[in-house]
Design a protein around this ligand. Structure first.
Ligand SMILES: Nc1ncnc2c1ncn2[C@@H]1O[C@H](COP(=O)(O)OP(=O)(O)OP(=O)(O)O)[C@@H](O)[C@H]1O
Ligand SMILES: [Mg+2]
Length: 249
């Protein structure tokens, strides 16, 4: 598919001839320079925007609504809702009954370590806790696909590492279909089954590689030579694109 936005009278091509297949239950990470269309791609996958040409086919969804749950790049939680209401928001919007969403919310509050904070508001939480609320909301919805746009991007380095491990644990227990956008090569290699590299705008798929590391994965993986070699390979490919996109700006 391709996607153009109107910039004045000119079309601005955000995505050009992107073709991607995502296997059910797989974890796909997308990396690429800023402005290459990663968020646009994710929004189209989730049905929040439409492609200019081409289409998204989701056999897994089976007409189910919602087919995917989102964790956004920023503004991941509603400031005016407490933790419980934030986590159950998607379920309530999907028309789920009280009895069901309460059980799900309790489970995910437990699994994301938010017990005791059900009635707290986002401004009373740390950045990492807010992010866990956003993740709990997405998992609680139990949609077949989870679409995450830099879900850990706003966190400090240490909290981010801890949250990466938590996310890897949650996913290894649930095995949902995940597409995650990240600027961090390490994060992509720690979490993903494969990594998709996008080119500078107009975004195309430049390369794709399978992540060979066995699961369960821990952070210590990042200190192995195999990890270092893959990181280097991805960085070399991305570097050129990142420089091009920096020049274009
Ligand atoms: N609603 C919109 N209207 C016009 N242009 C848009 C719109 N959304 C995105 N764009 C443009 O499309 C291109 C891709 O944007 P997108 O947000 O998908 O990039 P990204 O890869 O997610 O970048 P980042 O890594 O900085 O988040 C950018 O040039 C952006 O300006
Ligand atoms: Mg983005």
């Amino acid at each position: 598919m391709s996607k153009a936005f109107l910039a004045g009278r000119q079309p601005l091509w955000a995505l050009r001839d992107v073709s991607l297949e995502v296997a059910p239950g797989s974890f796909t990470c997308i990396v690429g320079p800023s402005g290459c269309g990663k968020s646009t791609l994710l929004r189209i996958l989730g049905g929040l925007d439409t492609p200019s040409s081409g289409r998204v086919v989701m056999p897994e969804a089976n007409g189910r609504i919602p087919a995917s749950a989102f964790v956004f790049q920023e503004h991941g939680v509603f400031e005016w809702l407490n933790v419980f209401d934030n986590i159950t928001f998607g379920c309530r919007m999907a028309g789920m009954r009280w009895a069901e969403y309460t059980v799900r919310a309790r489970e995910w509050i437990q699994r994301t370590g938010l017990r005791g904070f059900e009635r707290a508001y986002p401004h009373q939480l740390s950045g990492g806790m807010r992010q866990r609320v956003a993740l709990a909301r997405a998992f609680a919805l139990d949609a077949p696909a989870l679409l995450m746009d830099e879900p850990l991007g706003a966190l400090d380095a240490q909290t981010r590492l801890l949250m990466q491990e938590q996310l890897v644990d949650l996913w290894e227990a649930e095995r949902k279909t995940v597409v995650l956008v990240t600027h961090s090569i390490e994060e992509a290699l720690l979490l993903g089954d494969r990594v998709i590299l996008m080119s500078a705008r107009p975004g195309r798929i430049k390369d794709e590689l399978t992540v060979p590391f066995p699961r369960p994965r821990r952070l210590a993986l990042e200190r192995t030579p195999e990890f270092g070699a893959l990181r280097h390979r991805i960085w070399a490919a991305l570097r050129e694109e990142a420089e091009m996109s920096a020049l274009a700006r």
